[in-house]
Each structure stands twice: as structure tokens, then as C-alpha cells.
Design a protein around this ligand. Structure first.
Ligand code: ADP
Ligand code: MG
Length: 728
């Protein structure tokens, strides 16, 4: 083993697990560092408290004078906990979170200073935003960006900084972040769903979308990870031969959590508790050194913030444990990648989960209404939903025959399929009293029972109904959930609006009873949404063929998939619901295409470097050793050396072949990059990176990985897969 690799590995065993236990109950420390309701009651005047509550519940504006009271209360609370700085905390389109800290500290002359934090500083700030991606919005409008307080997500203390969740918008009002469109989409689904709920219960005033994400990740010793330039710069391995043992024995999944990982998790969970992130579940995942973390679900906006915050906390806590967290969707070839399942539902202020079958036929009709409308929404906008989860890294999962495929489909299970089959046959027009009773008792009425034993879970489906929620499984592990959540809530909002119009029309024009009208519209939806329903194996080739016949999209690459973001249908949809205007939609498309090209460009450069600067020189060195050996044999044995040096001679030739393979392909890739860089249209450039540059990665990798098997382990400079994946 090379000295570099040896030392890196030796270090691992010096890391003692670091248990940082909170000697308090979790329920006691939960939310300690959050400006939550209890804290607000303590630090705010009644007027200020009510004002924040109204803003959260009804979306009312907060008065400037009241804002001053709130900021003063926040400051007092924060200072009492040792906080010195505050920051607006936002999620620009880089995908990461952004913060710029300012001290409360201010001088007041005569060598004196105080701590100050006014309402103005709470409500709005103007970070120098010129280096965040804007897709040309800021250039076009010569407008600066500003951040504005989002009271629906509570402020929190992180380290010694008070963090205030904010939106990030341009002066002309265009969203420059992930949160703004999400909030608009949540508003749209709220009002559309409330309107539909009124058919069933007049008391419903608000509908919240809920999100429970599940975060998968790899935990790699940081010394080992740092020894790999590809992991450091791209978050994944670009080469590396698969180890003799991978995940074939399935001995990691749900196995005992290794000590070091457990110490990390406990420390992480404590931090999450303080920050009010309700993490609940932890377990080993399928691949070696792969794990999963899941919280209790929350209102979608808060859940999105919590996931973004969590990813940051995970990185920081990992440093204390000498780990590096890999969030990449496919850090290692040949073993499972990581996803971020988004469990989604809608819940009313009256405490009803609209995707959970109820106890009475009427509440089940409500369930079916939301259930079928969601299916219809996914069916009509499957391509947009696919676009919402497109990224260079997620391309390695989707369509790569392991995680959910790039084809969107909905799994609902056998029993609900039967329910839909029966509903599809209801009479057109008014239902006879008998039919209605039948339906209510025997179809709709039976749903809770059938769901109880609906345990069949199809793990290959990208969008599955799991009893009381849908699980959008195709979301990538690096993704900001805001993107898929914005799309999902928008398409469901639009669908519910259309549904309401159609039902109302049947009621007023055709003089139907409410139930008859609902049954009639749902029946038509079932018919027109058939193509999206799929219960079979989503990984199989047969499904690809079948899906094609059904007219479903199968956009395997990001540049292909993203196009749906600027189709006229999408632009009109977002515009109509006030989620994004045309400029915002187009800007996001441009940013994501650009990001795609940049990511592939960086990967190409790193791969070229590693192949030429690490792999080839090592191969040459080993080849020279072999050559010396052959020369020596010849010296000793004269003409009969050939029989003795057969293996060496073969190796020498084989190595030359691979070196040639690497050099010619790296040269080809460099040329392909150069010509891609010369393209000015971002669409064509991303296409070129996808179809001309990226395919060469495989060829280069092939030769590098072959050399890894041939070259003396002592000389090999790169930490190997078995070391990365099996060092605990
Ligand atoms: P699993 O799918 O792993 O068997 P569960 O069904 O218990 O586990 O839940 C998985 C995730 O779904 C959890 O993160 C949970 O918070 C979330 N979840 C449960 N109910 C809802 C809901 N109504 N809305 C959104 N997410 C939910
Ligand atoms: Mg799950």
C-alpha cells in the first residue's frame, strides 16, 4: 500500500468515537435554540406575538412599529444565549444556504458601544447579491436583490448567530431563491384545496401541505475522502474499481450501526433537537457506509428549511468526528446511490389528513377526491415533475436502472386500483339511489379496511401512495426539496381548481347533486389518468417499452428533462397560479442548464487531471519496474528469459494499451470540452457536455480501473473503494 494511503488509513484508527451526550431528555432540549411559540410568548408583547401569529396563519403583513418590538425581543433572547451576530438566512439558486453575518454590536461615540437590532434589520436586508445566479434577471433589470423576513419559518440560533429565514428577491420582485416560488405554490394549493374541502366541511379555513423527507447519505472517513481529488472537488468518485465485496450480501442494510457512525448520529441528533428539527429515524442503508435519517413530517416550508439546515449541520458535525458526508446521488459506481424521498400530503386546520381515508363514506369521498386529483395532476404534468428533480448528479440514479427510473408513474397498490376500477364504471349523469348507496357502502366505505392490509410496497416506483401520503422517491439526495415541492403543490393546486370548476358546472348547469357531480368528474379523471398508473417493476426494460406506448416521457438526461420547465404549458401554469412569471421560469431554466454544463466541465477536468497526473505516471513507474525485471532475467538467463518473463511481458504490453487508451480519450475529452465551451447557446452547450463530453468519462474510467487491478498496490496513489467503503 502506498505511504499516502497507509497514513490516511492509520489515522482512521486514531479517531476515538466522540460521544457528546446531552444529559437531558430530547423532549426537553427540543427547540431550545428556536424562537418558537413558547419563547415568543416570553419575549414579545402580546401585540407583537399576535402579529407574528397572524402573519404565520393568515399571511397578514407585520407593521413596522411592531417589527421593532419583535426584533428587540429576538435580540434579547439571542443575547441571553450568548449570540453576538445575526444573519438573514436564505437559499439562493446555488442550492446551498447563504448567510452574511452582522454583529449586534454598534458604537455610539465616546468610546461606548451597545447591542442593537432594529425592526428594519429584521424585516429586510440587501446582501451584495451580484455573485448569486440570477439567470440574467438582475442584469436585465439592473436591479439589486434583497432578502425579506419569512415569519412562517421561525428564527433560530446556530452557533453564536441568530439566523432569520428570508426570501431573496430582486427589486423588481422576481424570485432569486428557492423559497419564494415555494411559498407562492403553498399559498395556491392552500386556497385551491380549501375551496374543494368546502364541499365536505364548511369549517375548513386552511390547508397545509406537509413534507416528511428522508435523507440518505454516505459517511466516509475524512482523511480517506480528502485523499481523493475527485471526492474533494466533485463529491463523487470518478474512477475506482469495484471491490471484491460490495453490497451483494445485503449485510449492511438495517444492520447494527457502526460505533463511529453512531457517535456521529447522536451528536447530530442533539444539534437537530436544539434547532427544532424533529429527527426521528436512523438506520443503515443498502450500500456499505450508507445511512438514512428521517424526521417527523412538518409543514412543507418549514420542512424544506429544516432539510437545508440539516445538510449544513451534518457537514459541520461530521468535521468533529473526522467524517466527510457525501450527499451525492451516486458517489460510488456499482453500489446503491442516495435519494431523498419526499413524503407529501395535505392537511386541514381541522386536523384532517386529506390523503388519509376516513371513517365515513363521506370522508372517504373527500379522500378519493384528493387522491384522484393528485394522480391526475401527476399524469398531466409528469414531464414537469421529472424536470423538477433533474440534476447532473441525479442523472446517475434516474434512468440508470437502479433507483426510480426517469419515467414518472404512480403506484397505488392493488386495493386502490380495484376501487378506481369500480368508480370508473359509475353511471354518467345522476346516480341512482341504489348505485350511490352501493358505492358508499361497498366501494368508498370499504377503503379504510382495504388499506389496513395494503402492505405491498413497490420500491421501484418514483411516486407511490403509501396509505396516507404520497412518497416522491425520485428526488435526489443533494436536492433542495423546494424545487420538487413547488412543482408538486402547483400542479395539484391547478388540478383542484379545474376540478372545482367542473363540479360546480355539473351542479349548476346539469342540476346534479354535489355527490353525483363529484363522482362524475372523478370517473372521467380516472379514465384520463390511466396512463400514469403503474404497479409493475419500474426498473425493467419492459416498462420502458410500455411507457413509450402510453406516451409517457422518458427523459434520461438533465438537458433533455429541463426543457419541460420552459414549455408553454409550464410557463402558463406557473404564471396563472402566480408562482413564477415567464421571466422567472426562463431564468431558472437557464441557471440549471448552466449549472449542468459547469458540473460536467468540472468533472471532466478532474478526471483528466487524475487520469494523467496520478494514474498514468503510476502505471509508467510500475511498467518500468517490470522492464527492469525483464532486463535482469535476460541478463541472468540469456535467450531463455522469455519463458520466465512471459507474465511480465504481457503486463508491460497491457499497461501500454491502457495508457494509450487513457491518453487518447483524455485528449478527445479535452477537445470536446473546448468545442462545448465555444458554444454560446446554453441549451446547445449543455447538450454538448451531456452527449459529447460525458460519454468519454466511461472510456477513461475503464482504462484507469483496469490499471488499478494490474498495478502494484504499493504504488497505487488513490484510496481504493474497499478502503473508502469498508473503513468504519
Ligand atoms: P417508511 O415509509 O420508511 O416505512 P413512514 O411511513 O412511517 O416510514 O414515514 C416515512 C416518512 O413519511 C417519515 O419521514 C414521516 O415523517 C413521513 N410522513 C408520515 N406521514 C406524513 C404526512 N401526512 N405528510 C408528510 N409526510 C408524512
Ligand atoms: Mg420511505
Amino acid at each position: 500500500m502506498s505511504t499516502l494511503r497507509f497514513h490516511a488509513l492509520k489515522d482512521v484508527f486514531n479517531h476515538k468515537p466522540l460521544y457528546i451526550e446531552a444529559h437531558k431528555r430530547r423532549s426537553e432540549i427540543f427547540g431550545t435554540n428556536v424562537f418558537n411559540e413558547a419563547t415568543m410568548r416570553q419575549y414579545l408583547t402580546k401585540e407583537a406575538f399576535d402579529s407574528v401569529s397572524d402573519a404565520v396563519q393568515k399571511g397578514t403583513k407585520i407593521d413596522r412599529v411592531v417589527a421593532d418590538h419583535i426584533s428587540t425581543g429576538m435580540k434579547e433572547w439571542a443575547i441571553s444565549k450568548g449570540v453576538t451576530h445575526y444573519t438573514h438566512w436564505f437559499q439562493p439558486l446555488t442550492g446551498a444556504t447563504a448567510e452574511k453575518h452582522d454583529a449586534f454590536f454598534e458604537t455610539i461615540g465616546n468610546g461606548l458601544a451597545i447591542e442593537k437590532f432594529g425592526g428594519g434589520q429584521l424585516v429586510q436586508q440587501e446582501p451584495d447579491a451580484s455573485s448569486f445566479p440570477s439567470g440574467g434577471i438582475r442584469n436585465t433589470f439592473e436591479a439589486r436583490g434583497y432578502t425579506a423576513w419569512d415569519p412562517t419559518s421561525p428564527a433560530f440560533i446556530y452557533g453564536t448567530t441568530l439566523c432569520i429565514p428570508t426570501v431573496f428577491v430582486s427589486y423588481t420582485g422576481e424570485a432569486l431563491d428557492y423559497k419564494t416560488p415555494l411559498l407562492r405554490a403553498l399559498q395556491a394549493v392552500d386556497s385551491a384545496a380549501v375551496a374543494v374541502c368546502k364541499y365536505f366541511d364548511k369549517n375548513v379555513k386552511k390547508v397545509n401541505a406537509s413534507l416528511g423527507w428522508e435523507q440518505e447519505y454516505f459517511l466516509i472517513d475524512s482523511g480517506l475522502a480528502m485523499s481523493r481529488p475527485d471526492i474533494v472537488l466533485t463529491g463523487r468518485t470518478l474512477l475506482g474499481h469495484s471491490p471484491a465485496k460490495g453490497q451483494q450480501l445485503d449485510d449492511h442494510y438495517f444492520g447494527t450501526i457502526p460505533n463511529r457512525a453512531m457517535a456521529y448520529m447522536r451528536d447530530l441528533e442533539t444539534e437537530c433537537m436544539l434547532l427544532g428539527i424533529p429527527v426521528k429515524t436512523r438506520h443503515n442503508e443498502v450500500a456499505p457506509n450508507q445511512f438514512e435519517l428521517a424526521p417527523i413530517y412538518e409543514e412543507a416550508n418549514l420542512a424544506v428549511d429544516h432539510n437545508s439546515l440539516l445538510m449544513d449541520v451534518m457537514d459541520k458535525v461530521a468535521e468533529r468526528h473526522n467524517f466527510k458526508v457525501l450527499f451525492h446521488e451516486k458517489p460510488f459506481a456499482g453500489v446503491n446511490g442516495s435519494g431523498k424521498h419526499n413524503n407529501w400530503s395535505l392537511g386541514t386546520n381541522t386536523g384532517v389528513n386529506l390523503l388519509s381515508p376516513g371513517k365515513t363514506p363521506m370522508s372517504n369521498l373527500q379522500f378519493l377526491t384528493f387522491f384522484i386529483n393528485t394522480i391526475k395532476a401527476v399524469c398531466d404534468h409528469e414531464e414537469l415533475l421529472r424536470a423538477a428533480i433533474a440534476s447532473a448528479s441525479n442523472d446517475h440514479r434516474l434512468g440508470a436502472n437502479e433507483a426510480p427510473p426517469a419515467i414518472m408513474s404512480v403506484f397505488i397498490g392493488e386495493q386502490l386500483t380495484q376501487v378506481l376500477n369500480e368508480l370508473e364504471n359509475v353511471t354518467t349523469g345522476k346516480l341512482s339511489p341504489k348505485e350511490k348507496t352501493d358505492l358508499k357502502l361497498n366501494v368508498v366505505g370499504k377503503i379504510p379496511d382495504v388499506l389496513l392490509d395494503n402492505t405491498d410496497r413497490n420500491r421501484t416506483s418514483p411516486f407511490a401512495f403509501t396509505g396516507n401520503k404520497f412518497e416522491f422517491r425520485a428526488v435526489g439526495s443533494t436536492a433542495n426539496c423546494a424545487n420538487p415541492m413547488t412543482v408538486l403543490n402547483t400542479i395539484v393546486a391547478k388540478q383542484l381548481m379545474d376540478f372545482k370548476v367542473e363540479v360546480d358546472k355539473l351542479i349548476s348547469k346539469r342540476d346534479m347533486k354535489k355527490d353525483d357531480a363529484i363522482f362524475n368528474v372523478l370517473r372521467e379523471y380516472i379514465k384520463t389518468s390511466r396512463s400514469i398508473l403503474f404497479e409493475g417493476n419500474g426498473y425493467g426494460e419492459a416498462w420502458e417499452k410500455e411507457a413509450k406506448k402510453r406516451g409517457l416521457s422518458n427523459n434520461k438526461t438533465t438537458p433533455e428533462a429541463l426543457k419541460a420547465k420552459i414549455s408553454e404549458q409550464t410557463i402558463a401554469l406557473f404564471d396563472e397560479l402566480g408562482v413564477m412569471n415567464r421571466i422567472e421560469s426562463e431564468a431558472r431554466y437557464e441557471i440549471e442548464m448552466e449549472e449542468y454544463a459547469l458540473r460536467i466541465q468540472i468533472e471532466g477536468r478532474v478526471l483528466g487531471d487524475v487520469a494523467r497526473n496520478h494514474v498514468v505516471p503510476t502505471a509508467v513507474r510500475y511498467q518500468n519496474i517490470l522492464i527492469e525485471n525483464v532486463k535482469g532475467l535476460k541478463e541472468i538467463y540469456g535467450t531463455s528469459y522469455k519463458g520466465l518473463a512471459k507474465e511480465q511481458l504481457n503486463l508491460i504490453e497491457e499497461i501500454s494499451g491502457h495508457i494509450e487508451g487513457i491518453n487518447s480519450n483524455v485528449t478527445k475529452m479535452t477537445e470536446a470540452r473546448k468545442s462545448a465551451n465555444g458554444i454560446s447557446s446554453i441549451e446547445k452547450k449543455a447538450d454538448a457536455y451531456c452527449n459529447k463530453v460525458k460519454p468519454l468519462f466511461n472510456d477513461i474510467r475503464y482504462h484507469c480501473d483496469k490499471l488499478e487491478l494490474l498495478v502494484d498496490d504499493e504504488l497505487w496513489p488513490l484510496t481504493k473503494y474497499r478502503e473508502l467503503l469498508f473503513t468504519k
